[in-house]
Design a protein around this ligand. Structure first.
Ligand code: IVH
Length: 667
């Protein structure tokens, strides 16, 4: 196949696949079989691999997820992303309607049309489409600046990357919600439970966590969906719209998924009864709603009403009551976690909240107990709000009868009997060798995202610690087949598999190793930042608080925790032992390409849009930044460069042309 032929076929396939995605995911009305679809997708993947010069960030093949990022860039929202005022009672909604009319100078008997829409309980996302193509997707952030999550949003199946219409608007600024359907949420948590990973509290957290994955392939696996509800700005389009209800229809015509529960209500009473209707249906819907949103339908009214600093005056969220019930606290137990912190847990008289029986609720900290004035024997409101981890909301003090008892943190660890010490807001077991701490640390150490030692289940860990075979995580690497076979329920095959898994885990990445150490407040993301900044263990061990704070994404708490971790002799000894057993780091990035891990800034006009080069650099493991600093690796200069050039020259940054960048990618 010649280059020209390939280009033609690639374009053809992309167009067809975009169209069939739209038929399948938006209209729910496919016109070809799955097999035909798969065949086209395979053909496209093959051609794209063979002819990488036709790379397109919006190709239908990105739905499986592109290359991982090192971090998310910041994006300034062209228009601030406001929030919504909340109302909880019918009266508050009636009052909102009165206020709207007063503001507009209308008579109180006037009937206002409201676009009434579900209030989706997900993660709000800003989307920019230029000439019908998705160019940027960002989170809300603080409303002014969010994070660039374009790569991840591109994996969402029901979101069109290229609009399936002939003359799309030149510019579109939209808002919608990323959601995880309840079934998907359940599936993901079940999987996490099996893998020993912490569970997501609710679909919203799971959706947010999925969008904030650095590896788009992980996001792609989560089967997120997106629903659009707001045209924030539209330019260069033939059709005029003057109402929110028309905007929703237009979104649909443009090929976007919208809710089929939107309804135009004539007057506030209709809106209130629609809320009751939806509330009754709430449990039967595939995703979670936390209320409805009333929006004044007419744009001219919206314009007159304007915004306060926080929210538009033309809209209000009418929230459903959270799912709550009252029950009694029978006792308060203390749970010891990986970092030795004691967490109080309320043991409840079992109670059914929205179909789920709840018998335990974390009380988080002693401060929380004091703030809420919780006593053993109290009757309390417990809230689930779709949550897996229920919460004690407040105490019904009128029901106290004098039998209630104050809870006190134990002076000694319930596991090992060592002294409990206060550490800021937390109480902690003072014994760094506390068996529970050790067990939890090992569970973390062997987990998939850490050293990834397959088959190392809780039961095995319990026995190894209880029998004194493993005294710190490095002892794992001293285990042999015979020792393992002496444990309950470990046969020869399992022992062999474990030994292989242990040995295989020795080759890891620096970031995974840092994460595995279980330093407080250092999760997977921060571990990657640390690995990127310090490159090797020697540097990391010597890292000062100041150096740590220079990292975007590292605050006081993390910096203190890292410094304190590496100042403990025992930790340093464990690390040395681990290295002596053969743990080594494979440089993931180096293998990929010479630009992996390097940072780039662009200035001036390039031969193709910046987005193209940005994707290209990221695809090869590079990082694209917005501003020049002395830590920058390369400034790529196009025609008519801006002030960044001077700044880079001053800072001694490497300055290269577009061609030089392309050469680096080939080399
Ligand atoms: S309109 C200017 N419509 O609620 C405000 N928001 O509490 C534009 N939300 O950040 C928002 N469903 O994440 C709008 N049908 C809907 C919504 C909705 C959910 C979220 C959105 C927003 C938050 C405000």
């Amino acid at each position: 196949m010649t280059k020209e032929e390939a280009k033609k076929r690639i374009n053809e396939l992309r167009k067809l696949l975009h169209y069939h995605n739209y038929r399948y995911y938006v209209l729910d009305d496919p016109v070809i079989s799955d097999a035909e679809y798969d065949a086209m997708m395979e053909e496209l993947k093959k051609l794209e691999k063979e002819f990488p010069e036709f790379y397109d960030p919006n190709s239908p093949t990105v739905k499986v997820g592109g290359e991982p990022l090192n971090r998310f860039e910041k994006v300034e929202h062209k228009i601030p992303m406001l929030s919504l005022e909340d109302g909880f009672s019918d009266e508050e909604i009636v009052e909102f309607d009165r206020r709207v009319k007063r503001f507009l100078g209308l008579s109180p008997d006037e009937i206002i049309d409201y676009s009434v829409e579900p209030k989706f309980d997900g993660l709000s996302i800003n989307l920019i489409y230029e000439n019908g193509k998705l160019t940027t997707a960002s989170t809300r952030g603080d409303g002014l600046v969010g994070e660039n999550v374009t790569q991840n949003i591109r994996t969402i199946r029901n979101l069109p990357l290229v609009l399936p219409i002939e003359n799309p608007p030149e510019y579109l600024d939209l808002q919608g919600e990323v959601l995880l359907e309840k079934d998907e949420f359940k599936r993901i948590n079940e999987e996490r439970l099996k893998e020993g990973l912490p569970l997501f509290a609710n679909p919203r957290n799971a959706a947010a966590g999925s969008v904030r994955q650095l590896d788009p392939k992980e996001t792609a696996k989560r089967n997120l969906i997106m629903i659009l509800y707001y045209i924030r700005d539209i330019k260069g389009f033939s059709k005029e719209i003057s109402r929110q209800s028309e905007a929703l229809n237009l979104l649909k015509e443009l090929g976007f998924p919208i809710s089929d529960l939107n309804r135009l209500c004539h007057g506030v009473d209709e809106a209130i009864s629609y809320k009751k209707e939806l509330e009754a249906k709430r449990d039967t819907l595939p995703y979670e709603l936390d209320g409805i949103v009333l929006k004044v339908d007419r744009f001219d009214y919206q314009k007159q009403l304007g915004n306060t600093t926080k929210s538009p005056r033309w809209a209000i969220a009418f929230k459903f009551p959270a799912q709550q019930a009252t029950t009694k606290i029978k006792d308060i137990e203390v749970n010891v976690g990986r970092t030795g912190i004691l967490t109080p847990v309320a043991i409840l008289e079992p109670v059914n909240i929205g179909g789920v029986v709840v018998s335990r609720a974390s009380l988080h900290t002693m401060d929380e107990i004091e703030k809420k004035d919780i006593m053993i024997g109290d009757t309390v409101f417990v809230q689930r709000a779709g949550d897996v981890i229920p919460e004690v909301v407040k105490v019904v003090k009128d029901l106290r009868d004098g039998t209630q008892k104050k809870f006190k943190m134990p002076d000694f660890c319930p596991i090992c009997g060592s002294k409990v010490v206060k550490d800021g807001a937390y109480y902690r077991c003072s014994n760094i060798n506390c068996p529970k701490v050790l067990k939890e640390s090992i569970k973390h150490f062997v987990s998939r995202k850490a050293m990834n030692i397959d088959g190392f289940g809780d039961k095995i860990i319990e026995q190894l610690v209880d029998k004194g075979i493993v005294k710190d995580v490095s002892d794992i690497y001293k285990l042999d087949k015979e020792t393992l076979m002496n444990l309950d329920r470990v046969g020869e095959k399992l022992a062999e598999n474990l030994i292989t898994a242990i040995s295989r885990s020795k080759g890891t990445t620096f970031a995974k190793f840092i994460y595995a150490l279980g330093i407080r407040h250092v999760g997977e993301f921060v571990a990657k930042l640390l690995a990127e900044r310090f490159k090797n263990l020697e540097n990391l061990k010597k890292a000062t608080k100041e150096q740590l704070l220079e990292i975007n994404g590292v605050g006081e708490e993390i910096a203190d925790s890292v410094v304190s971790f590496f100042s403990e002799k025992k930790n340093l000894e464990t690390i040395d032992k681990l290295l002596s057993y053969g743990i080594h780091f494979e440089d993931e990035t180096k293998k990929k390409s010479s630009i992996a891990g390097k940072s780039f800034v662009f200035t001036g006009t390039l031969s193709k849009p910046r987005e193209y080069f940005k994707e290209l650099v990221e695809k090869h493991g590079g990082i694209v930044r917005n501003s020049v600093s002395k830590n920058l690796d390369y400034l790529v200069v196009g025609e008519n460069p801006g002030s960044k050039l001077q700044k880079a020259q001053k800072a001694g940054v490497n300055i290269i042309t577009e061609q030089e960048l392309l050469d680096m990618l080939e080399g």
